[in-house]
Design a protein around this ligand. Sequence first.
Ligand SMILES: Cc1cc2nc3c(=O)[nH]c(=O)nc-3n(C[C@H](O)[C@H](O)[C@H](O)COP(=O)(O)OP(=O)(O)OC[C@H]3O[C@@H](n4cnc5c(N)ncnc54)[C@H](O)[C@@H]3O)c2cc1C
Length: 405
Amino acid sequence: MNVREAVQTFDEAQPSPLEHGPSLIERAARTASVAAAEADGVDRDASFPHKAFEAAREQRLLGVMIPVEFGGFGASIHDVTDICYTLGRACASTAMIYAMHQTKVACIIRHGHGIPWMETMMRRVARDQWLLASSTTEGQNGGNIRASAAAVDHAGDTVSLVRDATVISYGAQADGLVTIARRATEAAASDQVLLALAKDDYSLKQTQGWETLGMRGTCSTGFELKVDCPADRVFPEAYDKIHAQTMTPFAHLCWSSTWAGIAAASVTRAQAFVRKAARNSGGQMPPAAAHFTAAKMSLAKLRALIAANLDAFARAEHDERALSSLDFQSSITLLKVQASELAVETVMHAMRTAGLAGYRNDGEFTMGRHLRDVLSSPIMINNDRILANAATATLMSGIPTSLRD
Ligand SMILES: Cc1cc2nc3c(=O)[nH]c(=O)nc-3n(C[C@H](O)[C@H](O)[C@H](O)COP(=O)(O)OP(=O)(O)OC[C@H]3O[C@@H](n4cnc5c(N)ncnc54)[C@H](O)[C@@H]3O)c2cc1C
């Protein structure tokens, strides 16, 4: 019996706790209303969205994807991205933190099944609603996450690691951390492993602050990360496989859904602006109403793009060959580029719909926070870097011969 069959058999045998409680969408909506109320303060003070995460924990949203056998809800990628979208409409930082956490959880679920420590992590995420942070960016290496400088040092049953972690979102607030590193001191930069750590396994010394234009509540401070822990924190599977099968698909789908949520929130404000303007002028459309149509069109494109990639991932999720195919990998990699560009375009159209009322930082139609937040999307693993790396693969992949290919 393979992993998928084992999980499915267990899931079928155990009723999901969701059958007797609120649905995931209800849980997400309750959390989103708390996040929305806190969003302006989180943005103003660059503070972690504590109330939103208290609500998320109450709703047991942090462990939704954990299989039922380990105490979670066994939620799908469709469920999780829907939650990211719902939270993104309320507070971008809350949604992005949630998106990053779920990406780490997905790695543990898929690549940690059958490994006692990783199963303990799954139980802690489900039972104690642990929040997991991510450390991929290192030193001056920017978004080049397929090369690591810091190496895992092995000594008997323990390992250690010292990492210049330039950016770790909510590092100070997290209960655990997932990080990449070189396999060993003599390994090449691209020969990487992934580690799943509990808070006791590492220490953080702050090296940089987080005073940014947007996404201020992610508290993505720089740290010196020092790890000293049992060797079972290291995933046996090589990181390149985890990266292709789980890290990239989950990150790109969850991030894109978060950005789509921000875009949708700005379109909602633009719609309210147009309606009010039309009411106040006897039904006459405001001069920039065409921007509202453009905003709705680009939001529709963005949602369709995410939906197509979600369906493609759900189809390929348990098929290693399909997951590693050039077409799937190109599509899921470029999703990040396209989704971020479309999200920025949507918010720009929404803001131009409302003119000064959208541009100003006060009033019911302000879109400053949405614009500042969404502008993080093209630079979060820079689109230029992704496009430069994708050039050869794009050239090699075929051009579809029919519309439904
Ligand atoms: C909101 C937010 C939260 C984040 N949270 C985390 C986190 O929790 N953990 C974590 O590890 N990281 C995190 N990051 C960092 C992120 O994942 C990237 O590592 C980071 O955004 C890359 O930053 P950079 O622009 O300095 O680096 P680079 O990728 O080096 O880009 C720098 C510049 O070089 C250019 N460039 C780079 N390579 C190429 C190329 N091949 N061709 C052309 N131009 C190129 C780019 O256009 C860009 O202008 C976060 C980032 C953001 C925005």
